[in-house]
Write a protein of this length. Structure first.
Ligand SMILES: [Ca+2]
Ligand SMILES: [Ca+2]
Ligand SMILES: [Ca+2]
Ligand SMILES: [Ca+2]
Length: 284
C-alpha cells in the first residue's frame, strides 16, 4: 500500500502543471484562392527525458481549409517553435459566404507520466472568406504573419468582381515601434488590375524585446463605384519575431583586490628579505 502511495506521489510530481503547448495566433482569416497562412506551435517548458510530444492539427472543414502534418518536439529541440500551414479551400463552391470552422490541435505523448502526457492545446478559429458573387476587397495574408526583425512580408490588397472606378484604401500602422509600411495607402485601378501590395518590414532593433504583436488597420474603401465605397477590408495582424539573443555571459577572470595585492607584495618582500638574509649568512 505504501508503495502505491509513493507511486501515485511520483506520478503527481512527474506531471508538470507548468508544461503548456502554446498556439499563436488562435484566430486566422483566409480567402478563397488566397494565400496560405501559418500558426505557431511552441512548448513553454521542457518535455521529460526521452519524451516525444506530438501536436496533431485537424481541420473541421477540409473544403474550406486544410492543415499540414503533425509536429513533434523532444528535449533536444523543444525551444525551436514549429509552424502549421493552413491552405484555404479554393473558390468553386459558389457564393457560400464567409465560412468559420475550427482547427483542433491534439497533444499526445509517448510517455504516460511525461511532462506533456495530460496536456491540451487551444483550437484555432479559422474563417475562409468567400470571393464569388460579391463585390468586396480581400487582404492576403491578413493573419498569421511572422516577420523576423529586418525581414519583410508583402500583403496583397485586391478587389473581387468588376469595379468601375478607382478604389483607395488607407493603411494605419498601429505599432510604429515594431514595423514600417512601404505605403500609407493603396489605390486599386484598372491599370493594376485592381490589385496592389504593401510591404511590412519588421524593424531590426538591438533590443532583446521578445516577439511582439503588430497590426495594420485597413480603412474603409473610398470609391466612386458605390458597390465598393465604404467596404472595410479585414485588418492585418502578425508577430514581429525578435532576432536578438541574450548576450553570452562571460565569467570575469578573478582580479586580485587591493588587499590581496598588498598581501602578495608583502609576501614577495618577505621572500626577498629571506633570500638576502640567507645569502648574507652564507657569506659569513
Ligand atoms: Ca465560395
Ligand atoms: Ca467557401
Ligand atoms: Ca534586432
Ligand atoms: Ca529585438
Amino acid at each position: 500500500m505504501k508503495r502505491l502511495y509513493l507511486s501515485l506521489a511520483a506520478l503527481f510530481v512527474a506531471s508538470n502543471a507548468e508544461a503548456a503547448v502554446v498556439i499563436t495566433p488562435t484566430t486566422l482569416t483566409t480567402t478563397e484562392d488566397g494565400s496560405a497562412v501559418t500558426y505557431r506551435v511552441s512548448l513553454d517548458s521542457p518535455p521529460s527525458a526521452g519524451e516525444t510530444v506530438t501536436v496533431t492539427p485537424s481541420s473541421g472543414d477540409v473544403t474550406e481549409g486544410t492543415v499540414s502534418a503533425a509536429v513533434m518536439f523532444t528535449l533536444a529541440d523543444y525551444t525551436t517553435p514549429q509552424f502549421i500551414t493552413v491552405t484555404p479551400g479554393a473558390s468553386g463552391d459558389g457564393n457560400d459566404g464567409d465560412v468559420m470552422y475550427t482547427i483542433t490541435n491534439a497533444v499526445s505523448s509517448n510517455q504516460p507520466a511525461g511532462n506533456y502526457a495530460m496536456e491540451v492545446a487551444a483550437d484555432v478559429n479559422a474563417t475562409n472568406v468567400n470571393i464569388e458573387g460579391v463585390d468586396t476587397i480581400t487582404v492576403n495574408p491578413s493573419s498569421g504573419l511572422f516577420v523576423t526583425e529586418g525581414a519583410n512580408q508583402v500583403v496583397t490588397i485586391a478587389a473581387t468582381g468588376a469595379p468601375a472606378s478607382d478604389i483607395v484604401i488607407n493603411l494605419t500602422n498601429n505599432t510604429a515601434a515594431e514595423i514600417t509600411l512601404s505605403t500609407n495607402s493603396v489605390t486599386l485601378t484598372a491599370g493594376n488590375g485592381y490589385s496592389a501590395t504593401v510591404t511590412i518590414t519588421a524593424i531590426d532593433d538591438a533590443l532583446i524585446d521578445g516577439d511582439l504583436a503588430f497590426s495594420v488597420t485597413t480603412g474603409a474603401a473610398v470609391s466612386a463605384d458605390l458597390a465598393y465605397n465604404g467596404v472595410d477590408p479585414v485588418d492585418i495582424n502578425g508577430l514581429a519575431v525578435d532576432n536578438d539573443a541574450p548576450a553570452v555571459v562571460v565569467t570575469p577572470v578573478p582580479v586580485p583586490t587591493l588587499g590581496e595585492w598588498t598581501r602578495i607584495g608583502l609576501a614577495l618582500l618577505l621572500a626577498t628579505f629571506g633570500i638576502l638574509a640567507l645569502a648574507s649568512r652564507r657569506k659569513l
